[in-house]
Design a protein around this ligand. Structure first.
Ligand SMILES: NC(=O)c1ccc[n+]([C@@H]2O[C@H](COP(=O)([O-])OP(=O)(O)OC[C@H]3O[C@@H](n4cnc5c(N)ncnc54)[C@H](O)[C@@H]3O)[C@@H](O)[C@H]2O)c1
Length: 437
């Protein structure tokens, strides 16, 4: 009997409840000893992803997909024997039985549908950050990846940097004691406070606009608004500064403090417009205590014009434009984005701490190796799904400024504000539905 979607969620949610770090395991190995992969989204960050993976001796690029023919042509020059597509659904139909893995580097709203098609076929997946656009998608992508046992990695390459790993190591070794608060901020602004876009521009030659929109409702093309890059600011496609930068800057607190899911989230920002993410946010999360925190842990995020935060002081130290500040029972750790951690006492006086010597880790190769059966990837979807889910709850809270959302992780539900539950999951456009989403 076929399992319905609801039964699947109930079954898998129960099976994986409370498990935080399941290793991704190699599921299959290509007969030619190579990792035959496809890239979906080859321009922008997709270009960096392709370059980093091509440097792995066992990676072979079998397919390339992009909705922008100019970008696709450029990528084809670097991987001449790859088949090209402008529709990722067609790519999986044609190459599904010839590939081992997929790399997804599209705008955020296409992360989950493209990744899930790959996961449903049992392929290893590297997906850019944040893992998904919606909370529900993050849950499903995590659960299906775990069920398939494939190697996964989210594209937060700084996670593997020596700076972030050093910070994790020192926090977990107790240098500043148990942590009760983390302030984190980015002075970038991926928000848009204006109203709906009027009018229409011709779709640029070579752009498959319908496929760019993908799961989202149809709308006219406008120059400079959506493609490339501008989609980040818009609620239908991106996740604002919180999703864009918060996912990097929240990564170390989430990992080092072994956080799982918040219980409360509250945002201070302008009223929702239904179009863009707010250009200034303060988001406060409360997490239950863990081995590395006090009984409860506060994570407070500031972006746009709210960053660096005015209410955070660190002696005479000038706060960087993007960073996190861990406040523990025995001292404080400032982690610049991106730099080595710096240590201070409770009054903000600098403290010298010897940093451990760590081996270098290549985030991309770690995933390719895991897919080929060697080791495991550390920002796998079991970790990244929870990190993304927690973060995206802040985007949900942005739609209800100044209201505290109480989160029941096990039931995937906001318990005190039914309207918020409608934003956990969006309806995909007809023709773009994917099994398990
Ligand atoms: N890890 C990092 O440091 C980092 C840095 C920048 C961007 N990113 C992430 O990379 C992703 C892409 O960001 P970007 O800045 O490169 O965006 P972009 O808009 O510049 O590029 C996206 C690429 O995907 C293509 N594309 C769009 N829709 C597609 C579809 N349906 N199918 C196939 N291709 C499609 C576009 O044509 C373009 O080539 C985002 O998720 C972003 O968050 C990560």
């Amino acid at each position: 009997m076929k399992t319905t979607r609801r039964q699947f969620i109930a079954k898998t949610s129960a099976a994986f409840a409370g498990v935080q770090f399941l290793p991704s395991r190699a599921w299959a190995q290509s007969p030619n000893g190579k990792l035959n992969l496809v890239h979906i989204g080859v321009g922008g960050m997709g270009g960096s992803d392709r370059g980093a993976l091509r440097s792995h001796p066992k990676v072979h690029v079998a397919g390339l997909c992009d909705v922008d023919s100019g970008r696709l042509e450029g990528a084809k020059k670097q991987s001449p024997d790859a088949q090209t597509f402008d529709d990722y659904r067609e790519l999986f139909e044609k190459l599904g039985d010839k590939i081992d893995a997929a790399v997804v580097s599209t705008p955020d709203h296409t992360h989950a549908p493209a990744s899930m098609l790959a996961l449903n076929l049992g392929k290893h997946v590297y997906c850019q950050k944040p893992l998904t656009h919606d909370v529900y998608e993050a849950r499903q992508v995590r659960l299906v990846a775990a069920e398939k046992g494939v190697a996964t990695q989210m594209g937060i390459q700084i996670h593997s940097s020596n700076e972030y790993r050093t910070a994790t190591h020192l926090i977990q070794s107790g240098v500043i004691g148990k942590v009760h608060t983390v302030h984190a901020w980015s002075n970038k602004n991926w928000g848009y406070d204006g109203g709906p876009f009027e009018g229409e521009d011709p779709v640029p030659a070579g752009l498959n606009w319908d496929m760019w929109l993908g799961t989202a409702e149809k709308r006219p093309f406008k120059n400079g608004v959506y493609h490339p890059g501008g989609w980040r600011k818009l609620i239908d496609f991106g996740t604002g500064t919180l999703g864009d930068m918060g996912v990097h800057i929240f990564d170390t607190p989430f990992r080092a403090l072994a956080l799982v899911a918040p219980t409360k989230v509250k945002t201070t920002c302008r009223k929702p417009t239904g179009v863009g993410h707010p250009s200034k946010n303060i988001v406060e999360y409360e997490f239950p205590g863990t081995k590395y925190t006090t009984d409860k842990m506060i994570w407070k995020w500031y972006d746009g014009g709210y960053a660096p935060p005015k209410d955070v002081k660190l002696g005479e130290t000038r706060l960087p434009g993007q960073a996190s500040l861990f406040i523990g029972e025995k001292g404080q750790m400032l982690l610049p984005h991106i730099g080595n951690p710096q240590f201070y006492d409770a009054e903000g006086k600098y403290q010298k701490v010897k940093l451990p010597a760590l081996d270098r880790v290549n985030h991309y190769h770690q995933w390719a190796d895991a897919a080929l059966g060697k080791g495991e990837a550390s920002a796998n979807f079991n970790f990244a799904g929870r990190l993304t889910e927690s973060l995206l709850l802040g985007c949900v809270a942005n739609r209800f400024p100044d209201k505290e959302l109480r989160w029941d992780e096990a039931r995937l539900k906001v318990t005190n504000l039914p309207a918020a539950n409608k934003i956990l999951r969006r309806t995909y456009r007809k023709g773009f539905e994917v099994e398990n989403l």
